[in-house]
Design a protein around this ligand. Structure first.
Ligand code: SF4
Length: 391
């Protein structure tokens, strides 16, 4: 690893300071693992995927946990494992059902990849996930992190992993400078993770590092006084541990504006809402939404455009004028990784609308009470909230 840069401590002392040693010798690594694992055995949170060695369950939990908080994932994970308890049951399910169960978790590509990869596991690996990180990485949606997690937690392989928490902890332990998501800092962090991972308990060790990052070594307020590896931490010795790693570059969020229309009708005691499925492939592809039109930039599409879009996308079945649509009830904001979308919410009572509905492919009336059961993004719930406030 000669191309790996040195840390400030390396530069000053030839590897470690005399008082604060980094775990960069065999002996140091053994002691570091022991300190961390003892803490983990005592302090780890009780989570439904902990202690599970079913590779499929480990895989599902790790994919759900990407970009999503643990508290949110717990219910989704439990529902998922009841509905699709095996990789075969997931592979056989229609993608629509898979997306419905994922509804609200966001980053829907994860669910599509899980579904596609499940079919490959069944067809190409006889229903058993491969054990090595390199084979796992050949499946759709499994990158180095998820491969390391499955290999170490489910199969006991001595494979490293680096997620945001591990990145932060290791950048601090070894005072690694530079942008941690870019080489050479990224390469440095992965190399340290690989050296450190415990040969006897690799899965527990990796989870312990993530738990430490989540529960103790937070990005802005690390709790060094109660940290089990404080004695190994170079950044803590500097007195400014939060300076490591270098701050993350936020992706630019391009502005986008949209208008949507909540079209409703009352059927006896129940209220029904008209949803349209977005085309697959694009933003929120394949998910159900209140029909909308959108535009890149900060200028709003006009109400005529919304009426025209409704007519075009329904092959003329929804024949509603801008006058029928009327003024907006309110505006909601939804942030994607690369876009900041503002949506003006309009509504129309279908009973007073013009025209009628035949069998519209890609459209459905949904009972308002069952809105949470369709495959949709959190944006749909926000829009429905505005509509709800005005009825
Ligand atoms: Fe993080 Fe502080 Fe522990 Fe270092 S000592 S790993 S900065 S909590």
């Amino acid at each position: 690893m000669s191309d790996i840069p040195t840390t400030p401590a390396d530069k000053q002392t030839g590897g470690t300071s005399s008082k604060q040693r980094a775990p960069d010798t065999d002996r140091g690594r053994r002691a570091f693992r022991k300190d961390l694992l003892e803490w983990f055995d005592d302090q780890q949170r009780d989570l439904p995927w902990r202690g599970v060695d079913d590779p499929y369950a480990v895989w599902v939990s790790e994919v759900m946990l990407q970009q999503t908080r643990v508290d949110t994932v717990i219910d989704y994970f439990e529902r998922w494992m009841k509905t699709f308890p095996t990789v075969e049951s997931l592979a056989e399910a229609p993608v629509e059902e898979v997306l419905e169960l994922w509804s609200g978790l966001g980053y829907y590509r994860r669910a599509r990849y899980l579904h596609r990869a499940a079919a490959m596991v069944v067809d190409d690996f006889g229903g058993r996930l491969p054990e090595s990180a390199s084979e796992l990485e050949e499946l759709p949606g499994i990158g180095p992190y998820t491969a390391g997690a499955i290999a170490s937690i489910a199969f006991g392989r001595q494979a490293p992993l680096v997620d945001g928490n591990v990145m932060r902890v290791l950048a601090r332990i070894f005072t690694i400078e530079g942008k941690p998501r870019r080489s050479p800092a990224k390469q440095h962090i992965w190399a340290r993770a690989e050296e450190l991972v415990d040969p006897k308990r690799p899965g527990d060790f990796n989870q312990a590092l993530m738990e430490l990052g989540s529960q103790v070594c937070s990005s802005t307020s690390p709790r060094c006084l109660i940290c089990p590896v404080q004695q190994w931490c170079q950044a803590q010795a500097t007195g400014r541990p939060e300076q490591f790693p270098a701050p993350r570059e936020r992706p630019e969020q391009r502005p986008m504006r949209a208008r949507c229309c909540v079209i409703y009708r009352d059927e006896g005691p129940s209220r029904q809402l008209l949803l349209r499925r977005r085309q697959t492939g694009g933003l929120l592809g394949g998910l159900w939404e209140f029909p909308s039109c959108e535009k890149e930039g900060k200028s709003w599409p006009d109400v005529d455009s919304l009426a025209q879009t409704l007519a075009d996308r329904s092959d003329g079945v929804i024949d509603i004028s801008a006058d029928d649509i009327g003024r907006a009830l309110g505006t909601v904001t939804h942030v994607f990784s690369h876009r900041r979308l503002k949506v003006r919410v309009h509504t129309i009572n279908f009973d007073t609308g013009r025209g009628g509905f035949g069998d519209l492919t890609g459209w459905q009336w949904v009972d308002a009470e069952a809105l949470g059961d369709v495959a949709s993004s959190a944006l749909l719930q926000k829009v429905e909230g505005v509509f709800d406030d005005h009825r």
